[in-house]
Structure formats: C-alpha cells, structure tokens
Ligand binder design. Structure first.
Ligand SMILES: Nc1ncnc2c1ncn2[C@@H]1O[C@H](COP(=O)(O)OP(=O)(O)O)[C@@H](O)[C@H]1O
Ligand SMILES: N[C@@H](CC(=O)OP(=O)(O)O)C(=O)O
Length: 525
C-alpha cells in the first residue's frame, strides 16, 4: 500500500523520544515539538511519535533497567515486588503531576495499574519455575514502553493535541516462524506496521499515533538480538512503513559532535555524518543512535535527524549517505530536499569525530606453534564464541594475536576468565585490564596522508603509551588502545590537533589559506 497516493496525509515525520527525555521534558515534548510539527501554522507535518520507557534521571535507574532487575530476581526465585512498587509509584506520581484533566488522569492510573499487574503475573510464573525465558524478558520489558506511551498519549490529549496509543507488543504473531532478525523479517514487520497505520492515514483529521517503542516478540528475543536502545530501530521501521520525510531522534544533545561534548568542551556540532560514520561512533563509545537503525531507513532513502528536546529550533545533525537519490528518484544522485546546498561541500574534511570506549581488556596470545597459523585463529574465535565474547579490535602476526574486548560487567569478566583458561592450550596468554579504545572516525580520512601519523605522534607528545593499534579495512576508523586513565587527555589532545578548528588537517589548512587570501584581497594586498 502506498500511503502517499491513497491518503491526504503525506508528509510524515517520525519522532522518537528516549526514556530520559520522556522523564525530564514531557511538556516540552508535547508543546514545543509534537504540537509545533503537527500544527498547520507550525511545520505542518503528519507526526507519528515513538517513545521508550521513562527514566526520571538516568537510563541505568530507569524503568527498563528496573524491569530487567525484576527478571533477574524472579530467575533466582527472589522477591521482585518492591521494585514493581517503585515503578508504580514513579508512574502514578508522574500522572498526578502532569495530567490535569481528571478523567484522563484516572484512566492513565488505571491503565498503569493493569499493565503492572500483568507483569507481576509473568514474573510470578517465572519465579515458580526459577527461570525467565527470553520471551518473558521481552514481555516484561515491553511494560516500560507501554507505560511511557500511555502517559505521552494522555499528555498530548490533555494539552489539546489529538493522539492515540498504539501497542506493538503483539504485532508479531505467536506462530510466526522467522528464526533471525533478517531482511525478510523486517519486510514482514514493515507490512504489519502499515496495517496498524491505516486508521491514521485514512482519518479525516490529524491524529498523532503514539507507538510503544517496543516491537513485539522478535526472533532470538529483543534483548539478545537487538540489545538495549531497541526503540531507535522500532522508530526506523515505522518511518519506513510511513515512507516518512524524516526520522527525528530527539535527545538531550544538539546532535552528533566531533567528540563527546561532556569530555571535550571545544567539540563542534556536525551538520551531517554518513550512516557508516554514525555506526562507527556508536560502536566505539558515542552512543548517539542504535547501529541497526541506519540500514532500514537509509535503504528507504529517509534521512535521520538527531535533535535536542531542549533546543527544538536547532538544525541538529543529519545522518544521510553520500551519493544517494532522494526518495522516489534513483538517478542522478541527490541529497534530500531539506539538506542545504553546501551539504556535500562541508563533508570534505579529514577526520569527522573522535570517540573513546572504556572497560576494555586486551588479550595477547602467543602461539605455542603446535597448530598451524590458520587453525590458530579459528580456535581462538571458537573459544571466544563459546563464551559469547565480542572482539572490538584485533591485530595479528602469524603466531601472535592481540585482541581488545569490551568487559563492562561481572558476567563478561567471568566469561573472560573461563575463556582465558581454554586459550592457554593454544599458547601463552596475558591479559591487561582498565584500558580504553580511542577511535578517530571519518569517511574522508583515506583521502588524506598522515592522519594516523599525527594521531599517534600527538599521543606520544602527551606521554600516552599505546598498547595496540588497528585500522579498519574500510579506512573509516583508526583506533588504538591506551590506559583508561589517559582517555580524556587523549580525546582532548587529538581533538585539538585534528578536529579543533586549527589548521592541522589538509582540508582545514586549505580552508584557512582560502580565508586568508580572501582577507588579503579585501584589504587590497
Ligand atoms: N560525539 C558525540 N556527540 C554527541 N553526544 C555524544 C557524543 N559522544 C558521546 N555523547 C554523549 O551521548 C549522550 C547522548 O545523549 P542523551 O540524550 O543523553 O542519550 P539518551 O537518549 O540515550 O538518553 C550525551 O550524554 C553525550 O554526552
Ligand atoms: N527502553 C529501552 C529501549 C530504548 O531505546 O531506550 P532509550 O531510547 O531511552 O535509549 C532501553 O532502555 O534500552
């Protein structure tokens, strides 16, 4: 079904709001963003909203984390009721504080209680079994998105913006046979979402659908298959189903910066990045958007815009590939309509951004040469796979392998220790902990000679020791591993040298020369 030809609603934007934004800025979300975009005197778009579970302060203390803690407790046959009560109180206080219409408030409180009772049933059953299946974890987790979206729907209606709650928990039928999160599964989901959208696209008036940013019981389990941050992917699929003009991911930063602005105060807001750059930045520590999001929307030629809830008029950062037609066209390549003409010009730079990822361990394995080198690598990866350990970076010679692995919690540390014992069969093993990966990312870096040299010389000048070096085959990422205690210093000094607006990269140098020539011309020299 093509909504653009069958409906008067044709310029959709999908707005995704993260849990901390729903927790801290609900009035701004409704008044300054949803109402502004859907108002004929404002941006005049058809708006679809997608929210993740509320977090009053941080994601770690938010509703999803609390629900996952309940699953943990139930699996150990322990009591989880206190945490459910904390979630209930938090949501009821919130309804009390923000929803003014008594009927809307009462309904919200009732719906909240009903959802929590359902979760208690799932958890009680699991507690009896002493086991929580991945399907039950997903069902319990979905409660966070349901409560958050019930609240935002009530708040929209309370403040004069017609909205309707859309629960996606059962969008995947229980007998659906897909075994992987692959393209055929996503195609099925997009079709199912289109059916959910029919009442909105065929309605005479504008009604904002508020979708639970949880999309059903997916093959392999949502937490296993997609991981935390799954609402970004859910919003992307809704944008594809609507053939939206734009997917907006609203956060508490102005967009993607040349470095984490909390750590590098001089970091610059980037107008645009490519999907590959956004994925690399997310993977190596700058968690701005879930990496699975990009593929879906970019295939449908929909730009993603990262924007700040507290600064809705800012341009944000656009994630869009180089050389791709806008939707509806295939040749010649085009930037999307709403990108400025200088879009591609501005992209011609050296490095785009720098990022760090902490909690890294490096394993060095020196082969005892009892096996051939090809078998050596295969055996290493079989062992790591058995313990579900992920390798972020690798550097090898014929008999020596160094690998950087993220070890963020006690479970992964336990797995690492078990894997270490098995790896010792292959040769001598040593493990270094408390390290950090520093990654310089940029699609255009490969056109410039000497960027890697400058990066490593800068670290040497600051007395920062490098444990390991790796460059991705796509030349979009140059990474090294250093001591965690040096990571902020490394970020700041590399940023100042390669990204800080000084004339250190060739592009910046050329730009500065052009500016100087212009200045001299103006002065008549
Ligand atoms: N390169 C970067 N650009 C923008 N933010 C970054 C970058 N690297 C790390 N960050 C951090 O990512 C966080 C993302 O924003 P936030 O809205 O707080 O996240 P969430 O929506 O997950 O709650 C910010 O706290 C910011 O400091
Ligand atoms: N609520 C889920 C999904 C999500 O996407 O969250 P957020 O949008 O707040 O990062 C989580 O905490 O992982």
């Amino acid at each position: 079904m093509d909504f653009h030809t069958t409906s008067s609603h044709s310029n959709w934007v999908v707005q995704k709001f993260g849990g901390t934004s729903v927790g801290k800025f609900p009035i701004q979300i409704v008044d300054d963003i949803v109402k502004y975009y859907s108002n004929p005197d404002g941006a005049n778009n058809d708006v679809a909203v997608v929210c993740s579970a509320r977090s009053s302060y941080t994601k770690a203390e938010g509703t999803t984390s609390r629900l996952l803690k309940c699953c943990d407790l139930a699996s150990q046959e322990s009591e989880f009721q206190d945490i459910i009560e904390v979630i209930r109180q938090d949501h009821i206080d919130n309804a009390d504080r923000f929803i003014l219409n008594p009927a809307l408030q009462t309904r919200l409180v009732d719906d909240t209680n009903k959802e929590l009772e359902l979760v208690k049933k799932y958890l009680n059953a699991s507690k009896v079994l002493g086991e929580v299946s991945s399907r039950t974890v997903d069902l319990v987790m979905s409660c966070g998105e349901k409560l958050s979206c019930l609240f935002i729907t009530a708040l929209c209606n309370d403040r004069g913006c017609k909205a309707k709650y859309v629960d996606l928990t059962h969008i995947v039928p229980s007998d659906f046979s897909a075994s992987a999160l692959d393209n055929s599964f996503y195609t099925f989901l997009v079709q199912a979402l289109k059916e959910k959208l029919v009442p909105f696209v065929s309605a005479k008036e504008r009604i904002v659908p508020v979708f639970t940013g949880f999309f059903g019981l997916v093959p392999t389990g949502l937490l296993n298959g997609v991981g935390r941050g799954y609402t970004d992917l859910c919003a992307a699929l809704i944008a594809v189903a609507l053939n939206a003009d734009e997917l907006q991911v609203w956060k508490e930063v102005d967009g993607i910066f040349s470095a984490d602005p909390r750590k590098v105060p001089e970091a610059r807001l980037l107008d645009s990045v490519t999907p590959e750059e956004a994925s690399e930045l997310t993977y190596y520590g700058s968690e701005v958007i879930h990496p699975f999001t990009m593929e879906q929307v970019i295939r449908a030629k929909i730009p993603i815009r990262i924007k700040n809830v507290q600064n809705p008029l800012g341009n944000g950062t656009i994630i869009y590939p180089d050389n791709i037609a806008k939707k509806g066209e295939s040749t010649p390549p085009h930037p999307p309509e709403n990108l400025s003409s200088s879009f591609y010009e501005k992209r011609k730079r050296g490095a785009t951004a720098i990022t760090t990822k902490n909690d890294i361990f490096v394993i060095n394995i020196h082969s005892n040469k009892k096996t051939l080198s090809h078998g050596f690598l295969a055996q290493i990866f079989t062992i790591l796979d058995k313990f579900k350990l992920v390798v972020d970076l690798i550097s090898t010679s014929e008999v020596h392998v160094s690998m950087a692995l993220p070890i963020p919690d006690a479970d992964s540390l336990k797995s690492l220790r078990q894997a270490e014992e098995k790896l010792k069969i292959l040769g001598s093993v040593d493990v270094t902990k408390k390290l950090s990966i520093v990654s310089l990312v940029g699609k255009h870096m490969k056109q410039y000679i000497g960027i890697a040299g400058t990066m490593f010389t800068t670290l040497a000048e600051e007395g920062i020791n490098i444990e390991m070096i790796s460059q991705g085959a796509n030349e979009i990422n140059i990474s090294c591993v250093i001591n965690e205690t040096d990571s902020i210093k490394a970020l700041q000094c590399i940023h100042a040298k390669l990204l800080g607006g000084r004339t250190s990269t060739p592009s910046q140098f050329e730009h500065a020369v052009d500016e100087r020539l212009e200045q001299l011309k103006r002065l008549g020299i």
